[in-house]
Design a protein around this ligand. Structure first.
Ligand code: PEP
Ligand code: MG
Length: 577
């Protein structure tokens, strides 16, 4: 370690040794930055005492209707409170609170509890039993559904507290700035966090795309997830969170820790002052672009210091649609996005439907393994009319706004798929590209690049498929870390191919949102970086402090490593010099 916070002999090879007073734990980094303060564990989730819940009682028949009404009222109160908090929040926090409110009023869940009440189970016991049934069902379904279990249990606890007349459970408000430690946080808890008192966030479970991670990013709270032995740190113990390295140092030297926090604050000031355009300290230009989902997010992105849009995820605009949007409607949507960036570069991705983003108007076959099934561009095989309609709308929006959007297809595996897509795009006078998200496409990047004008690397899926690890799995967070050297080696291959053919190679996955990794990507030869707008100032600011030679040295160094932790350390040696 660069700083003398813990002496090396106290830290084991896996960085997880002698907790409380002597060591450092490592997990998956989510939000960069340092935080130092006492650890705070929230009180345990509500303990369900069988008698209090009414497990041992049967309601008289004449009381059952009123009990069912009591449940509906309690669920509505909980949902109302969450919605009220949502109305005072913004962005992801508001979305998460609204989604949790929706769960509280879910008809299926309330219906299941109602059935139990109808046979005499008191409402609190019915809520617990119904939740258990749903949680088991979600666990069997796995993936995204399994991630909803935390949300469901949170709703259960809130509704039970309401029914029992207890205060709503949640995170305590500490009297001094503290580091919140938890197994995993319920979305509604995370969304209500006050970053002036909760200065760092560490969870034992959860992956880089969990709700905790999304909200921590929005609030800018240094955050590390998937710290396996977190339970060994007790409340009140002083800890230093290094959100970039993904480490938690237990009882560090307070002076050095405070120095790091101060340095982090200085870096934050640099980030706040950065206004683009993207370039290294020695003036090498690297376009920094935004990921958007619709017209509104594009207009917000236009306020960020970005040069254009590197990824417009069109499917996100249609997630709640039962019918296919027509060409006119789509044209309007694409115009909104193009107008927001008025002649600047806009990369539109065709629908990436299927797997974790099913679209109701596209029939998805029942697949045992949807992430490896008919998703993304593969849908075009059975539904060429959907792609044609989308490309027609993009071309029309381009013509009407006087711009020439770049268009790329998701989930391309072969050069033949790339060639076929490029033909359709070019027929409409648009610039054709594809995403590199499948290892096969990275390995044969040269052949794919020969067919298109540009590629953009989707590191989220490229990591998932390279490591054979579900990107939504909390347990596999270390494998789905984009710092995995195997993923970086594939990116290097793609960038080399792009340089040889003189074609742009962008990155639009979460990797581009990590300032240090973004510098490594530039060193590997990536020509543009596209990320959530909120992440772009930190990326641009970091890039402005390093030369291309430093980026290249960092890139070379990470390619010699064998784990995300050693890759991060190797990069830091060159980038923080
Ligand atoms: C990716 O896979 O990295 C990507 C940008 O696409 P999405 O996250 O929408 O799958
Ligand atoms: Mg993807």
């Amino acid at each position: 370690m660069e700083h003398d916070l813990v002496s090396d002999d106290r830290v084991s090879m896996n960085g997880q040794e002698e907790v409380n007073g002597q060591g450092e734990l490592t997990g998956t980094p989510v939000v960069a930055g340092y935080a130092f303060g006492p650890a705070l564990w929230p009180g345990g989730r509500v303990e369900h005492d069988d008698r209090l819940l009414g497990m041992d009682r049967t309601l008289a028949e004449e009381d059952r209707d009123a009990e069912a009404d009591r449940l509906v009222a309690a669920a509505a109160t909980v949902a109302g409170r969450l919605r009220n908090r949502a109305s005072h929040a913004s962005g992801a926090a508001a979305e998460v609170l609204n989604a949790t409110a929706g769960l509280a009023e879910d008809r299926g869940w309330i219906g299941a509890a109602d059935k139990l009440i109808a046979v005499g189970t008191p409402a609190p016991a019915a809520v617990v039993a119904a939740t258990q049934t749903f949680a088991e069902m979600f666990a069997k379904l796995g993936g995204l559904m399994a991630e909803r279990i935390t949300d469901l249990n949170d709703v259960r606890d809130r509704v039970v507290a309401e029914l029992l007349g207890e205060p709503e459970p949640g995170i305590p408000t500490p009297t001094q700035p503290s580091i919140l430690l938890a197994d995993d946080l319920a979305p509604a808890d995370t969304a209500g966090l006050d970053p002036t008192v909760i200065v760092g966030l560490v969870t034992r479970f959860g992956g880089p795309t969990s709700h905790t991670a999304i909200i921590a990013r929005q609030l800018g709270i240094p955050c590390v997830v998937a710290v396996a032995r977190l339970g060994e740190i007790t409340s009140g113990t002083e800890v230093l969170v290094d959100g970039a390295a993904g480490s938690v140092v237990v009882e560090p030297d307070p002076v050095s820790a405070q120095e790091l926090v101060d340095r982090g604050a200085a870096e934050a000031a640099l980030v706040a002052a950065w206004s683009g355009p993207g370039r290294t300290a020695d003036g090498v230009e690297v376009a920094i672009l935004a990921n958007v989902a619709d017209g509104a997010s594009a207009r917000r992105a236009a306020d960020a210091p970005v040069e254009g849009i590197g990824l417009f995820r069109t499917e996100l605009a249609f997630l709640d649609r039962g019918d296919e949007p027509g060409v006119d409607e789509q044209t309007r949507l694409y115009r909104h996005v193009l107008d927001a960036f008025d002649g600047r570069k806009v990369v539109i991705r065709t629908l990436d439907a299927g797997s974790d983003k099913p679209l109701a108007f596209i029939e998805h076959p029942d697949e045992a393994n949807p992430a490896l099934g008919v998703r993304g561009n593969r849908i075009a095989v059975d539904h060429p009319e959907i792609v044609r309609g989308q490309l027609d709308a993009i071309a029309r929006a381009g013509a009407e706004t006087g711009s020439r959007p770049w268009v790329m297809a998701p989930m391309i595996a072969t050069a033949a798929e790339a060639a076929q897509f490029a033909r359709m795009v070019r027929e409409r006078g648009l610039t054709a590209g594809v995403m590199i998200e499948i290892p096969a496409a990275a390995i044969l990047a040269r052949a794919i690049l020969a067919e298109v004008d540009f590629v953009s690397i989707g590191t989220n899926d490229l990591t998932q498929y390279t490591m054979a690890a579900d990107r939504m799995s909390a347990e596999l967070a270390e494998l789905t870390d984009p710092w995995q050297p195997a993923v970086l080696a594939l990116i290097a291959q793609v960038a080399d191919a792009g340089a040889d053919l003189g074609k742009p190679v962008g990155v639009c996955g979460e990797a581009a949102a990590d300032p240090a990794l973004a510098c490594v990507l530039v060193g590997l030869g990536v020509t543009s970086l596209s990320a959530a707008p909120a992440a772009t100032p930190a990326v641009g600011a970091k890039l402005s402090t390093v030369t291309l030679d430093q980026c290249r040295a960092a890139a070379e160094a990470v390619l010699q490593t064998t784990s995300p932790t050693s890759a991060r350390r190797a990069a830091a040696e060159h980038l923080d010099a």
